[in-house]
Ligand binder design. Structure first.
Ligand code: AP5
Ligand code: ZN
Length: 215
């Protein structure tokens, strides 16, 4: 069974995912999986890097292939939390097909609503640990020790696609290619709207409350 986290870049999908991981969901972020491929300099990673640096999407068949691999390896009792997937209508339709082949169901689509000006502030201040993937914000969610990660004390870096002009392009691509998924899932009565323009705690609480019936 699966829940989708949907929302513009920087709305806080990764940050809110922790709540659901606490409830036993396995977190699958296609962005994170692609960044791992880039770090390992795989063929797929080298191709994806150029597109991601410009804020463009990686081809549908590449991401759908990654998801297919993960789902086929699962044991059937696992609950999945998709973060950053699906991002296009063809990806959404492929996921429907995959889930029905594997007799899984889509329980809910959590939509994080957030205005563009807030997103730009969040992404320009974001810092991530390139070792463990922990995510911070220099003002809204700073690490405890200067510019070091709380987990292993490793150095924090700025993501290559968090430069302002790339962020603007990511927002444009979201509007064009991902926003149409909202009506696709609304037609299936699956969408839970969450106001993501609140404190991290408030957003996490809302998600928790809204998914109690599901989880
Ligand atoms: P991906 O990694 O999925 O990036 P994204 O969707 O742009 O989302 P982000 O990770 O930027 O943001 P988030 O919503 O998780 O926010 P976060 O919690 O970090 O994808 C990257 C790229 O990979 C894509 O552009 C594409 O090229 C490619 N890709 C990935 N999936 C693909 C797919 N399916 N198909 C094709 N291509 C694909 O929060 C942001 C910041 O705000 C943090 O600093 C955080 O601390 C802070 N923050 C969070 N919540 C709050 C709050 N409530 N108040 C204050 N600060 C907050
Ligand atoms: Zn770390």
């Amino acid at each position: 069974n699966a829940v989708i986290l949907l929302g513009p870049p920087g709305a806080g999908k990764g940050t809110v995912a922790e709540v659901l991981v606490g409830q036993g969901y396995k977190h699958i972020s296609t962005g994170q999986l692609l960044r791992e491929q880039i770090a390992r300099r795989t063929v797929l990673g080298i191709q994806a890097e150029k597109l991601m640096e410009q804020g463009r999407f990686v081809p549908d068949d590449v991401v759908v292939g990654m998801i297919r691999n993960l789902l086929e390896k699962a044991d059937g009792t696992q609950k999945f939390l998709f973060d950053g997937f699906p991002r296009t209508l063809p990806q959404a339709k492929s996921l429907d097909k995959l889930l029905s082949e594997l007799e899984g169901t889509l329980e809910s689509v959590v939509l994080l609503d957030c205005p563009d000006d807030v997103i730009i502030k969040r992404l320009s201040g974001r810092r991530t640990c390139d070792k463990c993937g922990a995510v911070y914000h220099i003002a809204f969610n700073p690490p405890s020790h200067g510019d070091r990660c709380d987990v292993e004390g490793c150095k924090l870096v700025q993501r290559a696609d968090d430069r302002e002009e790339t962020v603007r392009n990511r927002l444009k691509v979201y509007e064009q290619q991902t926003a149409p998924l909202i009506s696709y899932y609304e037609a299936k009565s699956l969408v839970e709207h969450i106001d993501a323009n609140q404190s991290i705690e408030a957003v996490r609480n809302d998600v928790n409350e809204r998914l109690v019936g599901v989880a």
